[in-house]
Design a protein around this ligand. Sequence first.
Ligand code: SAM
Length: 259
Amino acid sequence: MANMAKPNEGEWMSSTSYRTRQPNTGTRRNNGEVSPFDDVALEYDAWFEGEGKLIFATEVRAFEGLLSSLPKPWLEIGVGSGRFAQALGIENGVDPSFKLVKMARRRGITAFLGRGEQELFDEESFGTVFLIVTLCFVDSPLAVLKQAYRVLVPHGKIALGLVLRGSPWGKFYQQKKKQGHRFYKYATFYTCRDVVRLLVRAGFLVEKVISTLFQEPGKVHRVEEPREGHLPNAGFTVILAGKQGVNTETTKEDESWRQ
Ligand SMILES: C[S@@+](CC[C@H](N)C(=O)[O-])C[C@H]1O[C@@H](n2cnc3c(N)ncnc32)[C@H](O)[C@@H]1O
């Protein structure tokens, strides 16, 4: 039986007291930096009900076929305002943005303030870890994937939702980044191969890739059905990987998921 999913005492204490004692400084990360998502939290969250509505529904659908095979309990690293967590039934989340954590809590998610690179939870606490449009925003993707590995039970799963570098939507957001967009300027997009390599280095083995969002940016008029495999013209890609018995940097890259 897995340990109860709970953050290390210190983290929980600091985020709790932080929240109650100094609510106005809640936009600061543990290291004193402001989370860029705090400044755009309302606008970010509103996107899901405005221009992002069909995109979000398409991305949720890409995960839906996987959910019944994913062991509980679930954790989303980079839970944001809890939109995906609520839609997919993810019970727990962590995020460095105080304002987004508050929104996620209002959506019923057990959300903690923190970064995915930190040791926030006991080992083997979760059956599945999700990272949905978050890997491109973290400071150290490998460190986050290694933490995900650590908190997963043996044979636990990791499910990544990604906008890949070089895809039509990756190019669109890369352009926004160049123009100094409020939060895309902080994003670093990765290719499918980059992500697979990072997963392998963290100890995971890729089991399945799902592609969706073939409509182009600015031309999304319907919810799409996902397709299996990595298709380069997809705007959104889900990679499912499993925790293997060994965490080794030299594990051979498995590419059986390729079409
Ligand atoms: C594009 S949002 C995605 C949020 C949510 N998964 C969603 O899809 O709505 C990226 C999220 O990553 C979070 N983030 C940034 N750096 C992070 C880190 N080091 N660890 C965990 N989350 C991080 C941001 O605060 C933000 O909520």
